[in-house]
Write a protein of this length. Structure first.
Length: 399
């Protein structure tokens, strides 16, 4: 067991591959104090010392293929500076937090900012069931025990003081650097216990079926429509889109549809209470649904509050808001290409950028609303359709 308090840094001076294993020769000041078979954390990864050369102040550790694949050890090169911590003594002080030396996965540094004497590091990782961070919680990054500052699904940040920056390899971490992370062991056990509890005590509708209500947001070109169809199929949800509902009610000539049509002919948008009534009517058509996927709704804080009240009447709630995030340059290229293929002459760059601005201005207050309820989840929307779908499912499967 370790505490995440780095004692020294060492330097990789030799790398030798032996079949599927790799031997790393490391130079460190305290090599003379080490012994063979001793366990030591290297960038947070527990490795066993297999040989020692005290004259050269060097020792050797072996990493098997699974370790190389799961950690950043596979990218180590001669000259790499590695954080070192010997296993904790029973009579020692517990200065960090419980660290096992079992790296859960790697993360990528997305940004480093100077905080007027300290530094803020931002990281992203692939969300997986049972792995999470919480604000002010503990996280082990490259073997360093740190406190989480910002926390969202798949993203977190930490603050580094000058001392830690100097005595660990954090001074070498740049945007794009791959680092090892070990999530808080207490948090992992809690997540596992909650998973088992919810499996035995699911959130239920009056009919006894587990219900799942998702709000899905994504800017034009984010692939939201494609992912919606896959989510509906996998989780057995009913699809709710305000635009589709309104068009359907107008086409059917229902009293609510006629009200919306009359307002539209006068150039007036349907008020929130009427929109909610339309949604309620649509939801009544699928009483056996396992839940609902709300596509692009709610669009305002008032609508979000009204939706909460509507679902509360049904003894349920919004369980998560998933927001697909794609860089604007990527979205622009996607939409311009689609416009060219489909002959959409009106989809010019100017029009598309205006749609982006409108989407951002409308969604930010809603995002803040769900963030305040700890229901907002940022989903990276770049990658293959399967990769993005797995990210969405990783969040949903923890609910």
């Amino acid at each position: 067991m370790f505490t995440g308090i780095v004692e020294k840094t060492g330097k990789i001076v030799g790398i030798r591959r032996d079949k599927s294993n790799v031997d790393f020769t490391i130079e460190a000041d305290f090599t003379g104090e080490l012994k063979i078979d001793q366990s030591m954390a290297h960038d947070g990864c527990c490795l066993t010392i297999v040989s020692i050369d005290r004259e050269k102040r060097q020792y050797v550790v072996t990493a098997m293929d699974e370790t190389l694949q799961k950690t950043n050890l596979g990218s180590w090169t001669v000259g790499y500076e590695v954080n070192l911590e010997r296993s904790m003594r029973l009579d020692g002080r517990f200065d960090g937090h419980i660290v096992q030396g079992h790296v859960d996965q790697t993360a990528v540094c997305t940004k480093v900012t100077d905080e007027n004497g300290s530094w803020r590091y931002y990281f992203k990782y692939e969300p997986k069931e049972g792995f999470m961070t919480v604000p002010k919680g503990s996280i082990c990054v490259n073997g360093v025990s740190l406190t989480v500052v910002d926390s969202e699904q798949g993203y977190f940040s930490v603050a580094i003081i000058p001392y830690t920056h100097q005595v660990t390899n954090f001074h070498n971490i740049r945007e794009g650097s791959v680092i090892n992370i070990e999530f808080d062991i207490l948090g992992k056990y809690f997540a596992r216990l909650m998973e088992e509890y919810l499996r035995q005590h699911p959130i239920c509708t009056p009919s006894g079926n587990k219900t799942l209500n998702i709000v899905l947001f994504g800017p034009p070109g984010s692939g939201k429509g494609t992912q919606s169809k896959r989510l509906l199929e996998k989780y057995g949800l009913a699809y709710i889109s305000t635009g589709d509902v309104i068009r359907e009610q107008i086409a059917k000539g229902t009293p609510l549809g006629l009200q919306v049509k009359n307002l539209a002919e006068q150039g007036i948008l349907a008020p929130d209470d009427l929109v909610i009534k339309l949604l309620e009517s649509k939801m009544d058509e699928t009483p056996d649904a396992k839940g609902f996927l709300f596509d692009g709704f709610p669009r305002t804080t008032a609508q979000a509050e009204a939706l909460d009240l509507l679902l509360a009447k049904r003894k349920t709630a919004v369980h998560t808001m998933l927001a697909l995030d794609v860089p604007q340059d990527e979205l622009l290229q996607r939409l311009l290409k689609r416009a060219q293929i489909e002959g959409r002459k009106d989809d010019t760059e100017e029009v598309i950028l205006k749609r982006f601005k409108e989407y951002e201005s409308k969604t930010m207050p809603v995002i803040d609303y769900y963030r305040s309820q700890d229901k907002y989840n940022h989903i990276e929307g770049v990658g293959s359709m399967d990769e993005i779908f797995r990210r969405l499912c990783a969040v949903i499967d923890t609910l």
